[in-house]
Design a protein around this ligand. Structure first.
Ligand SMILES: Cc1ncc(COP(=O)(O)O)c(C=O)c1O
Length: 463
């Protein structure tokens, strides 16, 4: 399966276990009680009541021996800590932008950037905005527009780079709204669109459109290493190149980036905002000091900066990336072979089950993704995440519409679960799929004004 150096089929994790955490086994009755008490919102279920936690790959991975050792080097000086310079060097080896602004996580970088460049009347295109990105754009008064290629909206369609941006639509938008687009964003990999990669050729084409309209281009680079691995595997002419070289090509095509180090920083917390524009950096640093902290630590402790610096060295390792992408595909391929509809091909960090296709009797406004996520939890204690109408259905004008897709994301924490854990997940999903007809939809009982999926409460509809 791994198809490693010697071509063996079996995936082996390229590490062995050094410290263990217990997983608490629960019964079906206990889980039913826990999910009812949580208003059928899995974000409100206590983590100790979860058996296999696939809610997110964000900050949930295992750190390496060398990251824990690096933490001991953390220097907590307020200004100019050596840990800051270690972090800065590690970031700039891959992303050589002039200004690097540390933040406590990705959304803090988004908040600062869009507070400066967003605002009413502005529009920000992206291949697909992640939920916090969209929320931060909209909180500034600007409009968030998704321009992924048509293939990226077809769950079962095979395409090597389903995260690519539709450059013709981008060109049309920039022509129709001159002066209204302060930045074009491209998310690598495209999380909300199924963890699908973006090709270097596509980013070059996006850059050309941006240049024609004199608009800067930024990366949402959370999963840059996984994206680079797909480029190496799938894009013509890239197979012999090193991962850091491919990453630097992506960086060079853009003018800046936002980053959550909780993904391909292999850390439990952290992020940054980076750019070449001096005037923009100055405005962002002013906001950083207001809300995050001084410019050489952002919202982070010195030890966090050290863990990220070491994580960035490890994440570009080819043995790690080969294992990472192949082991995610192992889950997706097994579900596909059992006839369970998933987003194909499998992305880098997660398998996305097409809940709308699996539960065609549940209309989008009765939340098939939520229904499936709850069923997986009750059946086997697996916590996934609805990415669909609950997450994206509420519009800024208060109306509700079906999202483009209703998916359940099974995100794989990095270096955390073994193949037998994943075999168990496969068995549970198969059992739930076998009784799909009996699963009913949900209605929302209460919800906040924005980002409702985190705290909304639900009630099951009658079968
Ligand atoms: C593509 C993308 N952008 C931004 C974010 C936000 O990062 P954070 O959770 O660190 O705030 C995420 C987090 O999942 C993401 O996947």
């Amino acid at each position: 399966m791994l198809g490693g150096m010697d071509g063996w089929r079996t995936i082996i994790e390229p590490f062995r276990i050094h410290a263990v955490e217990p997983v608490r086994l629960t019964t079906r009755e206990e889980r039913l009680e826990a999910v009812e008490a949580a208003g059928y919102n899995l974000f409100d279920v206590h983590a100790q009541d979860v058996l296999i936690d696939l809610l997110t790959d964000s900050g949930t991975g295992a750190m390496s021996r060398d990251q824990w050792a690096a933490i001991q080097h953390g220097d907590e000086s307020y200004a100019g800590s050596p840990s800051w310079y270690t972090f800065l060097e590690s970031v700039q080896v891959l992303f050589p932008y002039r200004h690097v602004i540390p933040t406590h996580q990705g959304r803090a970088a988004e908040k600062i950037l869009f507070s400066v460049i967003g605002g009413p009347g502005k529009v920000i295109p992206n291949n697909t905005h992640f939920d916090t990105t969209r929320a931060n754009v909209e909180a500034s008064g600007a409009e968030a527009v998704d321009l992924v290629i048509a293939e990226g909206r077809e769950p079962s369609l095979i395409h090597p780079f389903k995260g690519n941006m539709d450059t013709e639509s981008l060109d049309r938008l920039l022509t129709a709204r001159p002066g209204d687009v302060p930045v074009v964003f491209v998310t690598i990999t495209n999380n909300s669109g199924g963890g699908q990669p973006v090709s270097l050729a596509n980013l070059r084409a996006v850059r050309a459109v941006c240049d024609r309209h004199k608009v800067p281009l930024f990366l949402d680079a959370c999963r840059f290493a996984e994206n680079a691995w797909f480029v190496k595997e799938r894009e013509e002419g890239q197979g012999d190149r090193s991962i850091p070289d491919i990453v630097r090509d992506f960086a060079a095509l853009a003018d800046g980036m936002t980053m959550s180090a909780k993904k391909d920083g292999l850390a439990n917390i952290g992020g940054w905002l980076a750019m070449n524009d001096d005037a923009l950096a100055e405005k962002c640093r002013t906001l950083l000091i207001l809300t995050e902290g001084f410019v050489t630590y952002g919202g982070l402790a010195g030890r966090d900066l050290e863990a990220i610096a070491q994580g960035l060295r490890e994440v570009v390792d080819e043995d790690y990336l080969r294992y990472r992408v192949r082991s995610t595909a192992y889950l997706g391929d097994a579900l596909d072979a059992s006839g369970i509809p998933t987003v194909r091909p499998v992305g880098g960090h997660a398998v996305y089950i097409d809940a709308r296709a699996l539960l065609p009797h549940i209309p989008p406004l009765a939340y098939p993704g939520q229904a499936l996520a709850v069923a997986l939890y009750v059946e086997g204690g697996i916590r996934g995440c609805e990415i669909g109408t609950v997450m994206f259905g509420r519009q800024p004008d208060g109306s509700e519409t079906a999202a483009a897709m209703d998916l359940v994301r099974l995100a794989i924490p990095r270096r955390t679960y073994t193949q037998s854990h994943i075999d168990y997940v496969i068995e549970v999903v198969q059992a739930v799929a076998a009784r799909a007809k009996d699963i009913s939809g949900y209605r929302i009982v209460s919800e906040p004004a924005a980002l409702r999926h985190f705290t909304a409460r639900f009630a099951p509809l009658a079968a």
